[in-house]
Write a protein that binds this ligand. Sequence first.
Ligand code: FE2
Ligand code: FE2
Length: 136
Amino acid sequence: MNEIAEFTKYEIGLADIDNDHRKIIAIMLRVRNALQKKNYKLCAALLDEFVEEAEEHFLAEEKILRHARYPGLNKHIVYHQELIWQAKSVQALCEEARGSAKIKRCFESMCDFLTADIVHGDLEFKEFLMEAGIAK
Ligand SMILES: [Fe+2]
Ligand SMILES: [Fe+2]
């Protein structure tokens, strides 16, 4: 997963969305740190924060896309739901605190998914929003 410093190249051009993405990635990096230290209690707490932040962000993003009549909205909503589901799965594993290899695998898959959403999914609508005059 990319560090926040590298993240600027994935900016959408809408300050609210970009700030949310930065926040979400910052939490993920903290989860990764906690996982490396096998601090599963902290991981579970951070994932709570992650889910809360992500759900709020997704609602705001979907609202913008709905307003702009983005044709890929439904597909994008499914992406968002999947990410929340994956985050909750990692969290459940952390709460059990069993099988560090499994937790790591599950977390990595979630990171890949987050990257796919923010880097690919969200960049897909960037151009659409620019053409609609909503993003710069
Ligand atoms: Fe997003
Ligand atoms: Fe998204």
